[in-house]
Every structure is written in C-alpha cells, then in structure tokens.
Design a protein around this ligand. Structure first.
Ligand code: ZN
Length: 339
C-alpha cells in the first residue's frame, strides 16, 4: 500500500523536459530570445517651438525639451549616431486662434522644422502630428460648434490642409491623431489631390481618452481650456471598438496603425496586431508612462535602464512593430553599449 504524502508533488522530477537549459547562459538566452529591441524600432517625438537657440526642458517629462527649429540639425545628428531613424514632430505655434490657422501655414513652425530636419539628414524619417489641439486657442482637436462640440466633417477639411502642407514641406509620414471620423480618407484624398501620393499615413486609429497624457499637454501646450476629449477619443473600457476603428482606417487607406497609450492597452495592441497582421503597427509609450518611470527612478525605487528596456520589450512583444517613445535616445544608447 502506498499512501500519498504532501511532499510527493515536490519530489516529482521533470524528466527530459527542462526549459531552464536554454536559460543557463547569457549567450543561450540571446540565441532564443523571441522579441528583441533595435534603435530603428523607435520613433522619437520632438516638440518644436518658435524662436532661436531654444532648448526648454519640460518639467513633468525629465529629459524632454522643447526645441527651436535651429536646434533640430544637431538633434538629427545625435539620432543618426544612435541609430534612431524616425521622429514624430509636434509644433507649438507662435499664435493660437479658434481655427488653428498656423497649423497649415507654409512657414509654420512644423513646416520649418520638416525642412530643417530634411536638410540636415535626408535619410531621417520625418513623421508629423496632424491635429488642431496645439494650434487652437481652445485647445480642442477640431473646429467647434457654439456648444463647444468638435465638428467632425468641417474639421476634416482642415486636417487635409495640414497634411498637404506637411507633405509639401517634405514629411515622409503624416500622423492624424484627433480620432475624427473619416480623417484617414480625407487626408489621403487631400494628399493625392496635390500629387503627394508618396506621403504615408500613420493613423492614430485607436487613441483612448487617457489620463496618461497629462505631461504631454504641458510639453505641447495643448490642454483643452474647457471640457475634455471624450467625445472623440475612445473610452478606456472598450477593446472590441478598437478593432472597428482600426478596420475603418485600414479601409480608408491607412498605411500603418497606432495604438495610444501603450502600457495600459497592451491587450488592444495584441488584438489589433492579430486582426491586421499585414499592417505595420505602432504603439505610443506616452508621457505619463515616461513620468512614472522617471519619478520612480529619481527616487531610487526603480532601475531606470532595466525598467525602460523591459517596458519597450513588453510593448514590442504585445505586437507593436514600432514604439513611439521619449526613451528612444536613452534606450538606443543602452542597446549600443550592450545590456
Ligand atoms: Zn488633438
């Protein structure tokens, strides 16, 4: 008679199947790693301001500065040396008005920035944010009706004009971020109408109304003066709706899709990746995600380097091909120097 002893389970040996064999040395782990990071997986956001010689730190985003156009050539060289091949431009205009007129001005701050970057580094992929919130005095992502509601179809025309002005200045990619219905189709039509059919559209197909954007609004000076963005950005409780948004943008001609924020929405990154395996997918590791890591690291509570690389790996593992991240330069430097 054998009797069961509670320790028997612990005495069971795994026999031939021992996953730990491949974790024994660093070289073995490198060999079988499924998800890796490269500097060219990253897109580095830049905030461009009017003026000369400006490098103004954003207090809630340590390491991130607002830069004037004349500072961009140096930035492009630095990114090139680090192997980071793409930037995403946000402009802070000299003057704001209800209609965001500077957003599509030929000599607007972003249009100047595109030319400066392309002059300095023709190979650099220059992507641009296409939205109105940095340019309107009310800080909303489109034109408003008398009640302060963002008008959809009237806004589409302006988005088309912005995208065309960016394309004409030399942008490789335009990235509409306002979650306005039909924005991808309208922008594609406007670009093609001006012979800019080589300009790609990276659509913020799935952008949630998130509290993690707080620090960004300080950097981009685009906080709404009243109300919020819940009438156009997605509700954080919705995942199936993300697939509907992504499907519409693919149908309208999006060349690549973006999910924002990243960390709280990795399930959404995964489901968009699985539903649209043929479309490149980006995720935006947003300002609040940066701020949390920076604050904890500054307190000595987290190892910044290890945590950042783990976070970026996690976002890629969830299914993102590209990660828009403020950590791009640091992460690229750490990858260059080896883990
Ligand atoms: Zn916006």
């Amino acid at each position: 008679m054998t009797s069961f002893h509670p320790l028997d389970a612990l005495r069971t040996t795994p026999g031939a199947k021992r996953p730990r064999r491949l974790r024994r040395t660093a070289a073995l782990r490198d060999l079988v790693r499924e998800t890796t990071l490269q500097p060219d997986d990253f897109v580095y956001p830049l905030f461009v301001v009017p003026g000369e010689g400006v490098r103004r730190p954003v207090p809630s985003m340590p390491g991130v500065d607002q830069l004037s156009v004349d500072r961009l050539a140096g930035e492009a060289q630095e990114l090139d040396a680090l192997g980071v091949k793409a930037v995403l431009l946000f402009g802070i205009p000299g003057a704001k008005d209800p209609h965001g007129m500077e957003s599509f001005a030929e000599d607007g701050v972003v249009q100047q920035a595109i030319r400066a970057l392309k002059d300095a580094s023709p190979e650099l992929v220059v992507a641009t944010d296409v939205c109105l919130c940095e340019y309107t005095d009310h800080g909303h992502c489109g034109l408003l009706d008398a009640q302060g509601y963002v008008l959809n179809d009237e806004t589409l025309e302006v988005l088309g004009r912005i995208a065309v002005s960016h394309g004409e200045a030399g942008a490789d990619v335009v990235a509409p971020s306002g979650m306005i219905d039909g924005m991808v189709g309208a922008i594609r039509g406007a670009l093609d109408g001006e012979g800019l059919n080589g300009v790609a559209i990276l659509s913020y197909a799935v952008k949630y109304a998130s509290a993690f954007y707080g620090p960004f609004r300080e950097a981009a000076e685009g906080a709404p003066t009243f109300g919020d963005r819940r009438s156009h950005q997605m509700d954080p409780g919705n995942a199936r709706e993300a697939l509907r948004e992504a499907a519409l943008d693919v149908e309208e001609g999006a060349d690549a899709l973006l999910v924002k924020p990243a960390l709280g929405y990795l399930d959404v990154v995964r489901s968009v990746r699985e539903r649209f395996p043929e479309v490149p997918l980006a995720a935006y590791n947003v300002s609040g995600e940066l701020a949390m890591v920076k604050a904890a690291a500054a307190n000595g509570w987290l190892d910044e380097r290890a945590v950042v690389l783990e976070v970026l790996t996690g976002i890629r593992r969830a299914g993102a091909d590209l990660v828009v991240t403020y950590h791009a330069k640091d992460a690229a430097a750490w990858l260059q120097s080896g883990r």
